[in-house]
Design a protein around this ligand. Structure first.
Ligand code: HEC
Ligand code: HEC
Length: 205
């Protein structure tokens, strides 16, 4: 049944049609080869440290691809790929991956080099002595973002990818695409804390 007075879709909304367009584009653009057909990552690319995209925030996904395209965020693979995409492609691709069942851990992450208890303390309470806010204050209670939170989902994300992002932020290789929120946090993290936080979130659901 057609609704003659139905509101036109919001320019940025993830409609069913855009999700389907995104699936077709993702297949044609080769996104599945590295990110997996449902955005759960891909074993074939195991030498490359790839992000899971499944169930990630729609707005966050778009912002990241635009950031690769503008050169603010740098990666040998993604820079080349992002330069082939226009804004409508980016919106449709983000709609597709955001609509997938949320990323989840594989259940066999290696034991952390620092204690998980310390990581949980940082994640939920932060460390006032170092001016470190709790990760949960932006990423959500279990790192499940993004409902009402400004930051991406971390729960169930790839372990090595989480580690690499925190190291990249600490070294200045990666920068915030919006308000500067992550850089001041990563600056204070030790290698051991980065390892333990990556394990904590990779194992979360
Ligand atoms: C050759 C492998 C490869 C292909 C193909 C590929 N990507 Fe990526 N993608 C990567 C890697 C590697 C990263 C992690 C970059 C980093 O470490 O910062 C990434 C990161 C991303 C991110 C950031 C995720 C986050 O959590 O911040 C998005 C979004 C993304 N890719 C979307 C896409 C889309 C959409 C396509 C298809 C148009 C695509 N990628 C194709 C390898 C690939
Ligand atoms: C003040 C808010 C805030 C706090 C606190 C915060 N983050 Fe973030 N985080 C963000 C935002 C915003 C982004 C996305 C930045 C961008 O690229 O635009 C982000 C991105 C990330 C990413 C990259 C995810 C991806 O898919 O690439 C990781 C990993 C991360 N944060 C881990 C942490 C950890 C671990 C903590 C606690 C030690 C933490 N964050 C605390 C706001 C925050």
């Amino acid at each position: 049944m057609s609704l003659p007075h139905a509101a036109a879709p919001q320019p940025g909304a993830a409609t069913a049609q855009r999700i389907e367009q995104g699936r077709i584009k993702a297949e044609n653009q080769g996104c599945f080869e590295c990110h997996g057909p449902q955005g759960q990552g891909s074993l074939q690319a195991s030498e490359v440290i790839v992000a899971k995209l499944a169930g990630q925030s729609f707005d966050y996904l778009q912002a990241q691809v635009r950031s690769f395209r503008s050169g603010l965020r740098r990666n040998d693979y993604m820079t080349v790929i992002a330069n082939t995409l226009d804004d409508a492609d980016i919106r449709d691709l983000a709609a597709y991956f955001a609509s997938q069942a949320p990323m989840h851990g594989d259940g066999n992450a290696p034991a952390p080099s620092a204690s998980l208890a310390a990581a949980k303390q940082l994640a939920w309470q932060g460390d006032p002595a170092r001016g470190l806010p709790a990760c949960a204050s932006c990423h959500g209670e279990q790192g499940a973002g993004p409902a009402g939170k400004p930051a991406p989902r971390l729960a169930g994300q790839d372990l090595r990818y989480l580690q690499k992002q925190l190291l990249d932020w600490r070294s200045g290789q990666r920068q915030d695409t919006g308000p500067v929120l992550m850089a001041p946090v990563a600056r204070f993290l030790s290698d051991a804390e980065i390892d333990a936080l990556a394990v904590l979130y990779a194992q979360s659901h």
